[in-house]
Each structure stands twice: as C-alpha cells, then as structure tokens.
Design a protein around this ligand. Structure first.
Ligand code: GDD
Ligand code: MN
Length: 365
C-alpha cells in the first residue's frame, strides 16, 4: 500500500500545484493593470526580423510589417539574415520596391544563432525601442502602436504578445496548450511580470537591453530570459490582453521536436533565473514557474512508475484503478496536452545534457 499512497501524494502535488497556480492567475487576469498610458508617446522603433532560411515566407512577413499603422518615419525594419537560401535576396528586392517601408537587410555571412543575430542588431541600433519580430509570425495592423502604448509608462520595460496558433496542432494539442498558457501569461503580467516572452513580438526599451547585457547567447530563450532580467531590475515585463500574434505551427512530424527544443530553452532559462533574488510577486512567479519546468515533470514520472510497479509486482487493486482512471482521462484534450508537455519537458531535460540546440534545426511548417 506504501507505493500507492506515495504515488497518490506525488500525483496530488503534480496536478495540485499547477491547478492552484492557474486558478490564482485566472483571478489576477481580472485585476487592474496599474499602468498609466501616455497616448502622446511616439518613440523611434527598430524592428528586427531574424531570419534563417525563410525564403518561402519573408515576403509575406515584410508585407505584413508594412501594414503596421505606427508612424513609418519612426520605424526602421532590419532583416538580420544568416540563411543559406534566397531569403536575403528576396528581402532586398522587396525593400527596393517599397522604399517608404524603411527596410534594410544585413547579411551575417554565417549562421551562429538567433541571439547573436539580435545582439548584432542591438549594437547598431539608435532607436529607443527594439522589437523582435520572428519571421513566421503575423501581426495585426495595430501591433506596434499597441506595444508602444504599453511602453509609454516608464515602469514598463518590455512588452510581448499572446499567441494564436494558425492551426490546432496534432489532436488539437497546440490550441489547448495556448488557451492554458495565455491565461498564465496575462495573470503573471498583471501580478507584476511574466517570465515567458514570445519572440513573435517582443518589444524592449533599448537602454534596458544594454543594462542587462543584451540577449543571452548560451540559453536559447533569448526573449524570455531578457524579459526576466529586465523584470529583475524592477521594471514590468508584460503581455497585455490587447496584443495578439498569429503563429504558424509546424507539421505533425516536426511538432514534437519543436516543442522539445522550446522546452529545452525554457529549462535553461529557469535554471539560470532561479539563481536570482526576485522581489514581491515576481519572487513566487519565478519560484512556481521554476518548479513547473524543472521539478514537476519528474514528480509525475515517479508517481506513474510507482503505480506501474504496484500493479505489476503486487497486483494491487488500487493501482489498477489508478491506471484505469489515467487511461480514461486520455479522452480529455487538456489532459492529453498536459501529459504531452510533461513528456516534452522530461525529454528536453535529458536532451540538454548532450545538445542545448542553441543553433537549432529548422522545423518544417
Ligand atoms: N539570423 C538568424 N540566425 N535567425 C535565426 C537563426 C539564426 O541562427 N535561427 C533561427 N532564426 C530565426 C528564424 O528564422 C525565425 O524568424 C526566428 O529566428 C525564430 O526561429 P523559429 O525556428 O521560428 O523558432 P521558434 O518559433 O520555435 O522560436 C521560438 O522559440 C525560440 C527558443 O527556442 C521563439 O519564441 C523564439 O523567439 C525563441 O528564441
Ligand atoms: Mn517560429
């Protein structure tokens, strides 16, 4: 019976902590922002599109960018390219045609990771705000205006977006995942700051980027870690409910490697961030997110192993019942999504030992 009790206790912790956190964050989403918007704030903005072999979509991305309703004279778009396909050429041709779009292309010559590309752009930037815009994302026309609006309060150091997947992913998994995580991002932002940002749109004050030493080149999660460092300086790093981006989801055969690589980078980010000494609400946000990314998946694994052992060795009725409940629950989308994410985090932790994927394999979308 010891195995079953232990398994139940571990299961209770594994599901109890995220459920409690989710309930708590959901309440926070209803709180006020305590942010003062200054509608007259009009800073100069550099938008950086890092590209590695994006020939198939770069034109769409640049067209999408040119639809922004933020003042064109204040916006410079830089394509930071390290492709070995025609991305740079296509972007250059596009820029020649659309002169008022103030777009330039920088060819890096060789590929050495997204963070290095961003740091290269940061070095040459003079604008007050720097925005990362991944190539495979699509922004609504008011995205820049909206990001700048939130940055008009000097207590806000960084702003990112909620994400809408363009397809539901295998078995509707991506959609379930986003519904859950968007709520967490918004709740954390209202509580103070969210430690997870999205490179599909991530806007930073340039002076703060310089203060935190630019984008981390050894962690992968350039967006999240930079936002967290800015929050650790005492500035808010937020994802508001008014800012949404669309994101292309890789095809089924690449979906899991995509999720595992992203999980690898979040693990590296929280490993590093958990060493910091955050204050106030951000202290428990970092504590819970670190627990959820680094420890909680292992608690589930232990719980499952104990149940399987109890069933196989002791033929325990309680263990059989627990296995049956676990299998029946697989018909629930959110539960399947959760288990998949836990196994991604487990694979990711192991994979980090041999390959941190700082320069990563491109997934086919
Ligand atoms: N210049 C340059 N050099 N750009 C790169 C490189 C590189 O070595 N590698 C990737 N990129 C570009 C891609 O072309 C794309 O525009 C963007 O960086 C993001 O890469 P994706 O391949 O689309 O990865 P993702 O959507 O999973 O990225 C997410 O996770 C990353 C961490 O794993 C985003 O949130 C990223 O912001 C985050 O860095
Ligand atoms: Mn992407």
């Amino acid at each position: 019976m010891l195995f079953e009790i232990l398994a139940l206790l571990l299961g209770l912790v594994h599901f109890g902590v995220p459920l409690t956190y989710y309930t708590c964050m959901k309440k926070f989403t209803k709180r006020p922002w305590n942010i003062k918007i200054d509608p007259s704030y009009r800073p100069a903005v550099m938008v950086v599109i890092p590209t590695y072999n994006e020939a198939a979509i770069i034109e769409d991305r640049l067209n999408n960018m040119s639809m922004q309703d933020y003042c064109k004279e204040l916006t410079e778009v830089v394509v930071m390219d390290s492709s070995n396909d025609d991305t740079a050429q296509i972007a250059e041709n596009w820029a020649k045609e659309a002169k008022d779009a103030r777009t330039k292309v920088i060819r890096q010559g060789r590929r050495d990771g997204k963070a290095r590309a961003l740091n290269f752009a940061l070095k040459s930037a003079t604008e007050e705000i720097l925005v990362i815009a991944d190539a495979d994302a699509s922004w609504p026309g008011n995205a820049l205006t909206e990001a700048v609006r939130w940055l008009s309060d000097p207590t806000v150091g960084a702003v990112s977006c909620l994400k809408k997947p363009l397809s539901a992913g295998p078995g509707g998994m991506e959609e379930g995942y986003r519904r859950y995580y968007n709520t967490l991002r918004l709740g954390e932002s209202k509580a103070f700051a969210t430690p997870i940002f999205h490179g599909e749109l991530a806007a930073f004050r340039r002076d703060l980027l310089l203060r935190v030493g630019g984008f981390p080149e050894n962690l992968g999660a350039d967006d999240s870690h930079t936002a967290t460092k800015i929050a650790l300086l005492g500035y808010r790093a937020i994802i508001p409910e008014t800012l949404w981006c669309e994101e292309v989801v890789p095809r089924k055969s690449d979906y899991f490697s995509w999720r595992v690589r992203r999980a690898q980078h979040l693990i590296l980010h929280f490993l590093e961030s958990s060493r910091a000494k955050p204050k106030g609400n951000f202290a428990w946000i970092i504590a819970v997110e670190t627990f959820l990314h680094l420890i909680n998946p292992w608690i589930l694994l232990m719980s499952v192993l104990l149940v399987i052992l109890a069933a196989a060795i002791f033929h325990s009725l309680v263990a059989y019942v627990l296995v049956t409940i676990g299998l029946v629950l697989l018909s629930v989308n959110q539960y399947r999504m959760w288990l998949a994410q836990q196994s991604n985090l487990l694979f990711a932790a192991l994979r980090n030992i041999t390959n941190k994927e700082i320069v990563w394999k491109k997934q086919i979308k």
